[in-house]
Write a protein that binds this ligand. Sequence first.
Ligand code: NAP
Length: 305
Amino acid sequence: MSSVKIAVTGEHGQLARSMKETATQRAGFLLCCSSRVELDFATAEDQAISSFLDQAAPDVVVSAAAYTNVDLAEEEQELAFQINGKVPRILAREANRRGIPIIHVSTDYVFDGKTTQAYRETDDVAPLNVYGASKLEGERAVRDEQPNHVILRTSWLYSPYGRNFVTTMLKLAEARSTIDVVADQTGTPTSAQSLAEAIFEIALRLVRSKDGKIRGTFHAAGSGETNWAQFARFIFKQSLAPRVQRTVVKEITTRDFQSKSSRPAYSSLDSGKLMERYGVRLPCWQDDVTKVIAAIQRDRNAARE
Ligand SMILES: NC(=O)c1ccc[n+]([C@@H]2O[C@H](COP(=O)([O-])OP(=O)(O)OC[C@H]3O[C@@H](n4cnc5c(N)ncnc54)[C@H](OP(=O)(O)O)[C@@H]3O)[C@@H](O)[C@H]2O)c1
């Protein structure tokens, strides 16, 4: 059988990079990625996005690019809505015109966090910040334009690549012996690598099957839940560097942290529907963090040699 061709937006983002890495280890997939250099979504016209898809000629579109700076989005509202709302609309419309499915990646920040039970896909959305509102706009746009979609909400994404909570904590620990970390926000860390593997499985099924039950909105997050302070402690414990292992995490509150945007106090996602309809369950977050830290350390050692 021929390979499944996937057009992915956001080539240098952690999710697209993880997808590229996974594609090298898994036969049967060809990726064609768009990057900001050739296609800047801040200014791109519909025609430019259409041309990218013409060139890629994909079987599935994965909409992974996003304006992801949660605090800055409060000041750059228009840009956040352009990239997180308008661009997914164009991608979904173009996918529909070509008769191919779209997988659109969304976020736990569509919820307000005023609960203590893991969110299900049917729960009410009520974003607390501009980023969450812009991502919700993207979800609605995808539903409007292409019924043949999967919207995948994920949370607290990390990888060996770029800036994320794991890489940031490891970097801070090299310079400081004590780090203040928020302890009153609970959620589900998710490895971009594990999410990438789930996306390949979903893409394959969408291409092969017309079953309506595997379409719609799904939660796709690691198993278990934690808060940022516990997450940081676990990261330091897994590090092989004695100095990093000794880093002290001082628990602070959201109020102490004083960020520009509000964040949900609780945003764990219940990914049971993904398991039920696809047979896919992402590993427990501790196992995946351990793997990612080992990969970071391997890369560092290789760079030193
Ligand atoms: N990170 C999280 O904790 C988290 C949590 C829940 C959901 N998500 C969602 O998961 C998806 C993947 O997130 P991620 O962490 O992989 O994001 P990321 O690492 O921040 O990457 C975002 C990508 O979008 C691209 N992008 C941003 N502005 C652009 C523009 N004007 N034109 C073209 N491309 C642009 C970036 O390009 P450059 O490389 O050129 O900057 C980058 O490749 C996103 O939809 C995000 O909303 C993320």
